[in-house]
Design a protein around this ligand. Sequence first.
Ligand code: BGC
Length: 880
Amino acid sequence: MTPIKRSKMKALTKNKLRAVSMSASMLILSSSVSYADSSNTADSSSTVKQSHALSVLSQSEQQRLQSRLSKVESEVERLLPQLTLEEKVSLVHAGGKFHIPAIERLNIHEMWMSDGPHGVRYEIDRNSWAPAGWTNDYSTYLPPLTAVAASWDPKMASLHGNVLGAEARHRNKDLILGPGVNLARLPLYGRNFEYMGEDPYLAATLVVPTVKAIQANDVGATVKHYALNTQELNRTGVNAKPDERTLREVYLPAFEAAVKEANVYAIMGAYNEFRGTNANQSHHLIKTILKGEWEYEGVLLTDWNVDINTYDAAMNGLDIEMGTAVESYDEYFLAAPLLEMIKAGKVPESELDDKVRRILRVQLSIGMMDKQRLSGERNTQSHRDDARTIATNGVVLLKNDNQVLPLDANKVKNILVLGPNADKRHGFGGGSSEVKALYEISPLDGLKAKFEQSSNKVNIQYMRPASSQFMPIPNDYLTTRHWTGTPSWQINYYSDKQLTKLSSESWIADPQFDAKGQPQNVEILANIKPMESGSHSLKVLGDGQVSLFVNDELLLNENAKQTTIIDKEVKLTAGETYAFKLVYQGDSKVTLGWETPNSLYNSESEYLTAAKQADAVVYFGGLSHADDRESIDRPDMVLPGQQDEIINKLIKANPNTVVFMIGGSAVEMPWAEKANAIAWGWYGGMEAGHAYTDILFGDANPSGKMPITLPKKLQDTAPISLNDYNETESLYSEGVFIGYRWFEQQKIAPEFPFGHGLSYSKFTYENLTFSQSKLKGDESLTVSANITNTSKVDGAEVAQLYLYDVKSSVPRPLKELKGFDKIWLKAGETGQVNFTLNQRDLSFWDINTNDWLAESGEFKVMMGSSVEDIRLQKSFQYQQ
Ligand code: BGC
């Protein structure tokens, strides 16, 4: 077997690359999105066109851009020699929380950055993490990238990127800190919601239009986090040690595509270590791969406050250091310490020059010195429409037995709506990706809005079901927030019984603490704002010594028993803020609950009676940013609160119950078999409620597919079953068998497989054809099939192409996604899906030659509606 030659990117200049990327993104942006209207009231075969007024660059704008880009390199070379050593050093580290400094005498401006991946973050103070207090920094809150991934549609990625780019520009930002493309290897990972699912091919395909669309707005995209940021547990210390093949085949392709196909201007490093050194200063990741093999010409910036050292960072290709927690900007690793090393001859000035060249190149390419730079737009109607379109296209219909969905507004007159996400808003949460949304339509708002102006009277009843278990004080009453936006209780751990020696601090979303058998002295604190005035009955269930203080007044001091609830009546006033403090000393558990006047919650008999009487029940459950959030992983895959108990009861009470899940990561769904209708809506952005309502009533036909596997239980997943999830190191022991590849290899049935998603339409697959029966060398193969919409409603199918190398010298997945095509078909219509397979698609990373290798032999093409629902298959022979 001889290895194939690495398919070298054609040596395009950066200017040519930029021009190519611009025109490609314009092509995509000029198309319009349509989805089927399957409402029972309207003509079921009509197609609703959702057009969006995306600004396409005019001929003259293109010429202006070409002219700007053609001068970039000569401008870089003109400016560089004019900079003093000190000035050059000033450019490679932060001059504020989110910018690098200006050099006014040379017309080099401050370069401003902003989070984040699904909307431009509110303005943060120049020199601290505090909000700047602006009142005009609202933006369009887009559905997170998980929803884009679930659309399996490059057009949605373009829409997303365009809104982000235009709004970043309008807020005078130069780099937007997104998109994120780390893979969802572990369902517990707190940041899965920010990324594009578990599959390298899916993420690599969708990151390209996202980046192109951002950059078409004269703003640089920042693809993050390079690389292997796949857990938040000890995120700044965990050592990622995948083998080389796994690195190349699984964790790098999305970054590689962003560099080679989208000419991304910025990449952010990851917090974690890579093979023993911080990822931001890894020679292998940066000098060898990113800037060597991939010929990347943009900048690599750190994540905010990383564990690096001056020499390695300077020598191994880091260009900009951001967010370091030191007293002055001069103390940054790439500030005074770098200057000293250069002066002492320890770091050659040419290394610094390379960094400065890259920074200037990016600044010039995005027009920072161009008076005619695009000025962007923000919070426009078309951006809101785009947010809605993306949210709609990302909804995945997981199950629809007995055709519970779509709901028929002519028949379903009483709808009971429940669940923790029915009236929850998610924009302001999750960590750095938080968005100060112009507004946010909750699922309940969306449902109500549909019937508000309508002559068709549908009664929407909303209830908050109480659990039969002892409930902690709901976080709706909390005014204290963790920095990630999550309403939270602070926990102080003390090493002495007198609570004088603070040993560590943490936080929890609910006042529920488990000492797990270790004797603990803890204080659990939060500020609470009651909604009703009157007598509140505070309740503690625990095992150990508990004392409860409200505004420093001791209300309870008892030795609690796990089976006994201790009660204390206290009068509280609505709207006032009270400081609650629960002190717990013991080795077991404690929960703080209460009963309020006019409880927010409905008793079991109330909500079940209402459920039985309703024509349909919609339960909006799942996660929130108390679970899906930066800096901390979830402890388990169980639905928070007592959701499983309540869902079980609801689906028993009314078979027309729709369980509508919201969340960015997998959860266990032990009731899935019994539920008739299950949908998954991610976090839907500011238009979530409208989008979900469209799906529920068939004004839009669901077309999303799962970008992650939904396992039955956590233990089924690779990192947990291989015991490869801890604070110290991650070996990525499953190798290239991430996500569905693992489930297939281990023959474990998931709850819902990768790629799964139903439609109100039905599709058949026929006539799988190849452009040639044999493939040789670097030839490519076109694979086609006919898809027919055999139903009476217009809709879309995502045909997925999986490949299997039948005989290989290395273990290869039984199925690897290598193509997908989303096709919209009218009722009864047949269309063709087309895919191109090339040599790289057939290849694995060969560690002997350090290159891609496609081995001769049989390759099986499997095409279907999910990884488990293969409809057509056929093999071809490959000859090297
Ligand atoms: C996150 C990045 C983010 C940065 C700036 C970090 O905590 O990991 O994704 O862009 O903060 O807010």
